[in-house]
Design a protein around this ligand. Structure first.
Ligand SMILES: O=C(CO)[C@@H](O)[C@H](O)COP(=O)(O)O
Length: 226
């Protein structure tokens, strides 16, 4: 049964705050830290790249960096992100023509490989071969590009479809996920939860992390009994 993993999407305005928030989230129960890498091409924004991630991994020992590569040429950054200490390298299905070779390249550098689909990409775009080679599938529940957007409900059936096809795979949801939307995500079968605004905007982030986690674990137990 896939276990609940909470991966806060770290929001920070400087490096000191970034590392402090990562440490606070780990202390507060987060297993992973979701690092949004945006290149200004695949998405309009530019965020951080390998040099920042390298500093984070050195400053936060033991961190699991869940690197979400919102980039136009995901093949280009595998070595840099691996050298920077990336743990999971998730690329967008829409950004590559050869996902299997990319997954091999990611595994060669000892990172886990994730495949993301944007809201307009159907779950069937992820073939059985690609899903089986990958360690995680990411269903975006907003258009990639920035935090704080409204959860798109019509993306949820894609989680259900992928969970039915791949009962043991880690399935991540990302975008507008929080206490109001976790129920449908968990019931659909997602077990890796990314949340930015819902965690960082809360008075008590630890409570939100615990609530997200218990909702997923309860849903997974129900799904396993069916
Ligand atoms: O990558 C993205 C959006 O592009 C997400 O990781 C968001 O940054 C998550 O933030 P919230 O939607 O939870 O505020």
């Amino acid at each position: 049964m896939p276990r609940a993993i909470i991966s806060p999407s770290v929001l920070a305005s400087d490096f000191g705050q970034l590392t402090a928030e990562c440490k606070r989230m780990i202390k507060g129960g987060a297993e992973w830290l979701h690092m949004d890498v945006m290149d200004g091409h695949f998405v309009p924004n530019i965020t951080m790249g390998a040099p920042i991630l390298s500093c984070v991994s050195k400053s936060v020992p033991g961190i699991f960096m869940d690197c979400h590569m919102m980039v136009a040429e995901p093949e280009k950054w595998v070595n840099d992100i691996a050298d920077a200490g990336g743990s999971l390298y998730t690329f967008h299905h829409e950004a590559t023509s050869d996902p299997l070779s990319l997954i091999d390249a990611i595994h060669e550098r000892k990172m886990k490989a994730g495949v993301a689909i944007s809201p307009d990409t159907p779950s069937t775009a992820i073939t059985d071969e690609v899903a089986e080679a990958a360690d995680m599938l990411l269903v975006m529940t907003v258009y990639p590009g920035r935090g704080g957007q409204k959860f798109i409900d019509r993306c949820v059936p894609k989680v259900t479809e992928l969970r039915a096809r791949f009962p043991d795979k880690d399935i991540e949801v990302d975008g507008g996920v929080g206490p109001k939307t976790i129920g449908v995500c968990a019931d659909a079968g997602s077990n890796v939860i990314v949340a930015g605004t819902a965690i960082f905007g809360a008075e008590n982030p630890e409570q939100v992390i615990a609530m997200l986690k218990s909702t997923v674990n309860d849903a997974q137990a129900r799904i396993a009994k069916k």
